[in-house]
Design a protein around this ligand. Structure first.
Ligand SMILES: [Zn+2]
Length: 226
């Protein structure tokens, strides 16, 4: 199996790169995604396509590396009524309740930097998972639009969280880096650490169970047989 992007090790005492895993993960396939555009900030509408591309990219990579191209699917609906699916479906997907809600928000007070957040439901809360992607931010006292590339990579990172990944540690660069866990910023595409961690959680047959039982502070470490 070959991966697009290799991991660079930081020469330190912490060992191999590892990534935290959420013990609360998906148990159905396909997953239904609803992308909402905040009505007050209609420039956000122009970035819906970047979120859709990010979701399709995750689906494609998981299909490609697992060899299972009938699973790892998403039904995507946007607040403007656009409907798309990454797989084949006979269901009327436009009426399905969302498992995942991603809101695009233009925030005139947000400092440019981290553009996304993902809230995982607490233990007694049910899904959906809610992510927010900021489509405008403040740089040197001016409101700027971060642009398609930044929105795509923020969407890729937040979608990694949505799928069950935490942040990556002991690695130089990774899509799932946070400011606090890696030296450099994130990458645009998932690494082999990210993809293998998802296969460790879900197996290679999609989001449907059965899955590995994960404890509260689970992680996946590269280069260590599990
Ligand atoms: Zn993050």
């Amino acid at each position: 199996m070959s991966y697009i992007q290799s991991i660079q090790l930081i020469p330190d005492n912490y060992g191999n790169p590892y990534i935290k895993l959420n013990h609360d993960y998906w148990d159905k396939d396909p997953l239904n995604v609803y992308i909402v555009v905040n009505q007050q900030t209609h420039e956000s509408q122009g970035f819906v396509i970047d979120v859709v591309h990010a979701i399709a990219k995750w689906s494609n990579l998981l299909k490609q590396y697992s060899g299972d191209d009938t699973s790892w699917n998403f039904n995507i609906k946007t607040s403007s009524g656009f409907v798309i699916t990454t797989g084949l479906t006979n269901e009327r997907i436009s009426n399905l309740p969302p498992d995942i809600i991603i809101e695009l928000v233009g925030d005139p007070t947000h400092k440019c930097g981290v553009l996304g957040t993902t809230e995982r439901p607490t233990l007694d809360q049910v899904k959906p998972i809610y992510s927010k992607i900021v489509t405008s931010c403040i740089l040197e006292n001016e409101v700027v639009l971060p642009g398609h590339r930044a929105l795509f990579s923020s969407s890729m990172h937040e979608f990694g969280h949505i799928l069950g990944l935490g942040h990556a540690f002991t690695t130089d660069t990774d899509l799932m880096c946070s400011d606090h866990t890696c030296i450099n910023g994130g990458m645009e595409e998932p690494s082999q650490l990210d993809i293998k961690a998802l296969f460790y959680m879900y197996g290679t047959d999609g989001f449907s169970g059965p899955h590995r039982e994960l404890a509260e502070d689970s992680y996946y470490k590269l280069g260590v047989s599990q």
